[in-house]
Structures are given as structure tokens and as C-alpha cells.
Design a protein around this ligand. Sequence first.
Ligand SMILES: Nc1nc2c(ncn2[C@@H]2O[C@H](COP(=O)(O)OP(=O)(O)OP(=O)(O)O)[C@@H](O)[C@H]2O)c(=O)[nH]1
Ligand SMILES: [Mg+2]
Length: 611
Amino acid sequence: MNPAPLVAVVGNPNAGKSALFNALTGARQKVGNYPGVTVERKTGRTALADGRPVELVDLPGAYGLDPSSPDEAVTRDVLTGRFAGERKPDGLLIVLDASNLDNHLRFALQLLGLGLPTVVALNMIDMARRDGLDVSADLLSIELGVPVFETVAVRRKGMDELRAGLQQQLLHAKPVARPEPDNLAREARRIAAASIVRETPVRRWSHRLDRFLLHPLAGPLILAAIMFVMFQAVFAWSEAPIGWIESGMAALADMITGALPQGALRSLLVDGVIGGVGSVVVFLPQILILFLFILLLEGTGYMVRAAFLMDRLMSRAGLSGRAFIPLLSSFACAVPGIMATRTIDNEKDRLTTILVAPLMTCSARLPVYTLIIAAFIPHRDILPGVNLQGAVMFGLYLAGIVGALGAALLLRKTVARGASSFFMMELPKYQLPAFKDVALGLWQRAIIFLKRAGGIIMLTTVALWALASFPQAGPGQKQSEVSIAGKIASGIEVVVKPIGFNHDIALALLPSMAAREVAVSAIATVYAIDQSDEAQAEQTLAQRLGGSWPLPTALAFLAWFVFAPQCISTIAVTRRETNGWKWPLFMVGYLFALAYIAAGLTYWTAVALGL
Ligand SMILES: Nc1nc2c(ncn2[C@@H]2O[C@H](COP(=O)(O)OP(=O)(O)OP(=O)(O)O)[C@@H](O)[C@H]2O)c(=O)[nH]1
Ligand SMILES: [Mg+2]
């Protein structure tokens, strides 16, 4: 007896293949693995309209016949009969998502080139209708030259028609291979447009915008341009509000200086609290500008598109597309970023994402970057409208991203080896962001930041103030060298001298293990304690740094902060999310090593260039 004909269920990821396969086969399924690869193989039986049996195989979703993942390779090999141990299919059941026709038709056109008896399921027609999209199965059928049936796989709608269509195709059709068009994408768009009867203006408009914003070439360029403008704005718009906060702080310090007698309490308040914490609080405007952009991009629906654009790049680095959202949150803070990795079900993918999340430039680095940039990078235009300071900031963010992708690639080849999974994102509609959501988001960010300033940053800064104030220096001695903190710093300095770090930096490194911003408040506090004359007191922190650190040292310090894992909360959350100390220790180790190397390379290169 002839075996039952084999029909492959094929289509793009998320077209509803498995749902359709389940609807057709019910409980009559066999689940196994394709030999040699960790790809699930599902087969099942169903009956044609006349009761004759047919065997279905649910193939992994693919974007085309040129594989870019192991899943896609299985699909291609099975379809072309090259997969050892699997029969070549006798027919195809192509599944299309009706609301995503132009994308899904690209693969379908390639499949029609195989010349097998074929039936098309125009699936998810319910969702399309709900969104105001009317696709005609008849028009599509004329365009494709094969039968097309509307289906709603999850409600088992259209299954009888499919069975009848399959029977007709398998038994009576004489299929001819349709030549593959020169431009798949263009032909797919044309057919989609020809089959769409009605579309709401919002949908049409969204589609047009996407064609531009998701274009393989224009898309990434636009994304880069948006990011660039964002960092320019961080500097350009913040000058005035920073000035207000600075004068407020100065007035407060004057008031306390006038009201209190000279002594430890006055020094604690003026040098420790206002000098230290105040030096961090001035960065509030810049953090809010950064978040204003992020909230607007999220609110308009662009952010998911940015994820979509990054997906390819991320998968080259061995990361799952799902890693994008956690990594994006890590631009705010690695702690929620690492917690968001729970949505990644592949364990190795998740571990890799956790380990590289701290490389994304979190907002705690902003104060450090801005201080050093303001002190050492001239505020001048390198191109019309492009300021050097913003460009350097952009470069630092980029360095973090490149570092993360590089680290992910290495980790995937070593400690976190394994197959990566695939993920398709649903693109939301474009819309105008709600003013209330944006305002609320900014307000929450401001509160979080100020709480940090009043909490962990204040505590470490005050502790440092104590260590830096005692014992008191005698005449002719420098307080920052005699004090306990100074002594500890001298110890650390031995280790960090080779990478160009000075005593100031050594002093800031230990307390800034608690939180990165403390590096700024620590330096501010120590300078405040140290300052010997009125002239120095008049200078801003940036001016004093600019006058005392060599440029290579400042650049090395920036490079260090791109990589160094200086954040207790991140280490703690990594321990919790990985259930043990192994991975947080590994993370701290490799990041410190990277930071040391990066700072050293930067320093010696800068020295060699005579900067
Ligand atoms: N509303 C609606 N949802 C559907 C329909 N068909 C499938 N879905 C849903 O769409 C999602 C994806 O369906 P799957 O069957 O897993 O898609 P797939 O093509 O097998 O995806 P991969 O195996 O990842 O390639 C699931 O949440 C389904 O419940 C449909 O006709 N209508
Ligand atoms: Mg499936």
C-alpha cells in the first residue's frame, strides 16, 4: 500500500502554523526531534475530504529558503528533500498571516517556486478584520495561481475547505514551478496591495511609515540619527536648568556657612552633603532629557521598531531578539534590565543577556561622563549643529553597546555555549504619545534619582567625608593625603597608576563601588575639604578637574567607567537571578579586567599621541 501523502505546513514564524496543524490533526500527533539538531519535529495525521489519510509535518517557521538559523535550515532541507531520514513532502500547506501579507508573501513566493501541489491558508483573518483590513482570498488566489482559503486556526474555522482544497491539489492538480521574481519584496508588496480590498487610513499610513523606518538601509541610519540628536539634546538643553540648580546649591551652602561656626558640623553639611550630593543632583536635568526621549520613542510605537531593526545585529552576536528590551531598560538601570531577562526562556540566552546588561550605559554613568566631558572636551561645533561634547557622549554609549555585543559573542562561544532561540515581535500601531504618560514617567524618574541621591549616595559620601576629614592634617600637609581615605587611596593608587589614574581617582574608586555617581560626589567632597583658598572655592568642579588632571588620565577614567561593574545593586540582583555567587563573581571579574585593559589602552594611546 502506498504511504499516505506527506504535506508540509510552512510559513513565517508566528503565522499560526502550529495552531493550524493542531486544528487539523487534533490528538493524532507524534512529537520528536530532528536527528542531530535540537529542533522539534511534529507530525500528525488528518483526513482529506473523502476520508483518505494524509500525513502533516509542522515545520519550523522561516523567513525564506536561505537559512540564517538552524531552524530555517531544517525547513529548507526538508522541503528540498535533502534532509536525511525525512521524506520529501508531496504537497505544501502555506500559512500566511493576513495582517502581515507583504512580509509573509515573500517566503510564499519562494515556496511556489518548488512546484509542489500547494494550498494557502489565509490565517488570522479575524485579527485582520478587527484592525480594519479586508483581504480577498479570491483575488490572492488569482495572483498566486493556487487555491487560497480564509482560516482562523484557533477557532478551527476553514478546516473543511482546506481539506477539500488539499485533496483537489494532491490528486488532480498539475502544478508548475512559478519562476521566482527578480525582486521578491517588490512582487510581494504588489500582490499584497492587489489582494487588499479595503484598509483603514491608520493602517495604510503605518505601513507606509514602516516601509521607510524599517528599510534595511534607511532604518538603521534613521535610528542612529535619532540617538545622535538625543545625545546632542542632553547637553544643549540642560545648560540653563543645571545653572539654576548650581546657584541654588551655592546659595544653600552660603547660608549654612553663615549660620554655623567653623567646625566639623559645618564641614559635614557644606563639604559632605551639599558638596557631594549636590554635585550629583545637578545631573537631574540631563537624566530627565534622556528619559524624555526614551518615553517619547516608546509612546509613539517606534521603540519596538528599533528592537526589530536591532534583531539581526543581536542574533549575530548570539543574543536573542528578546534580549533587546532588557538591554534597552539597562540604559536606564541594569537592575530592572536584568529582572526583565525573565522573559527569555532559553537559559543560555538569558545568562548571556544578564552578563552583558551592565555594559549598557546606565543613567548612573551620566554624571561621571558629563563631568569629565564638561571639564576636558571643548564645547565647540565639529560640524554645523554637531557639538563635540555630544559626539563624545554618543561615542561612549556606542562603546558600551559594541562592548556588550563583543562580550556576548565571546560568552556564547565559551561559558554560555548553546543554540539561540528566535523571536518575532508584534509591531504596535503608531500613535501620538499621551502627554500624561510622558509626564508621569518623567516624574517617576526624577523621584527615583533623587531618592538615590538622598539614600545610597548621601550615605557613602558622608562616610567618605568622615574618612577624608580625619585625622586632621597638620600645617603644610594635604588633607587628602593624611586622612584615612587618603591612605587607602594611596594603596589603590599603586594598582591603578599603570593605567594613568591619579590619587583623586584612586580615592573615588572604592566608595563608587556602591554606586557610580559616588565617583563624582566623592571627588567633589574631597576637593571641598581640601580647598585652601577662596579662589578655588569659586571654581566649579569641572574647572578644577580641567586644571589639575592631564587629558590622558581623564580619557582613561571615561574608558574605565564604560566597563567597570561599580554597582552593588547590579551584583545583588545578578546573584538573585542566577541563584548563586558563581555568575555575579564571574561578571565582576571579567568587567573589571575589561575596564582595566580599556583604561590602560586609552591612557597609553593618548600619551603616545601627545594629547
Ligand atoms: N486570533 C487568531 N490567533 C491565532 C490564529 N492562528 C494562530 N493564532 C495565535 O497566534 C500565535 C502564533 O501561533 P502559532 O501556531 O504558534 O504560530 P507558528 O506559525 O507555529 O509559529 P512558530 O512555530 O513560532 O513559527 C498563537 O498565540 C496562536 O494562538 C488565528 O487564526 N487567529
Ligand atoms: Mg509553531
